[in-house]
Write a protein that binds this ligand. Structure first.
Ligand code: IMP
Length: 194
């Protein structure tokens, strides 16, 4: 098919997806399981769910609606400095929490753990604020040999070390509205700067 042509049944948003890695139904099923596990963990507590902007928004909104526990939410935005610099662990806060987390049970809700550096930074920052308990749920974790060891209490799916998009995850700001997780066609890397 000629470049730029959308295949029958495809939507404009699907263009650039090499293949679907996790179907919408499978994501929804797994989110329900994670929510059930979290309900069991939290019991009568009221955890504060902390969504890491922007990628975790879709996961966060689905997850919280599947949970029966009483809960509160807040968001934090962090920025990595790109591949060369992230290896040094340089991450900065773009938007901090509105809530005070001292003596509270918090649950960090992450879209994906890749090298683990962003999550490690977040954990360090939040631990210094003396929460009572910190847990982490990540929808995806990449299987890679050089990832650092970082606390991840619950993981939705372990995935191969490929660049994925959809269900909140982007490439150059696009693809967040795909209802599934897909692998980005490497040809899309050409001509775009993240
Ligand atoms: P880490 O610090 O290397 O673990 O990277 C974490 C952040 O990088 C995630 O929260 C995402 O924003 C982004 N990221 C890592 N891998 C991917 C990917 O495959 N697709 C989209 N974003 C990714």
């Amino acid at each position: 098919m000629a470049e730029g042509v959308i295949a029958p049944g495809q939507k404009r948003r699907d263009k650039g997806v090499q293949r679907i890695l996790i179907e919408e139904d499978a994501i929804q099923q797994r989110v329900r399981e994670l929510a059930a596990d979290l309900d069991e963990i939290y019991g009568d507590e009221t955890p504060l769910l902390i969504g890491v902007l922007t990628g975790a928004v879709t996961f966060m909104t689905d997850l919280m609606r599947e949970m029966s526990s009483e809960l509160k939410i807040d968001f934090m935005a962090v920025s990595s400095y790109g591949d060369d610099v992230t290896s040094s662990g340089a991450v900065r806060i773009l938007k901090d929490l509105n809530e005070n987390i001292e003596d509270r049970s918090i649950l960090i809700v992450e879209d994906i753990v890749d090298s683990g550096l962003t999550l490690k930074y977040l954990l360090d920052v939040l631990q210094r604020r003396n929460p009572r308990d910190v847990k982490v749920v990540a929808l995806l974790r990449k299987i890679k040999v050089d990832a650092i060891e970082v606390q991840t209490d619950l993981v939705g799916f372990e995935i191969p070390d490929e660049f994925v998009i959809g269900y909140g995850l982007d490439y150059a700001g696009r693809y967040r509205n795909l209802p599934y997780i897909g692998v980005l066609d490497p040809r899309e890397y050409q001509g775009y700067e993240k």
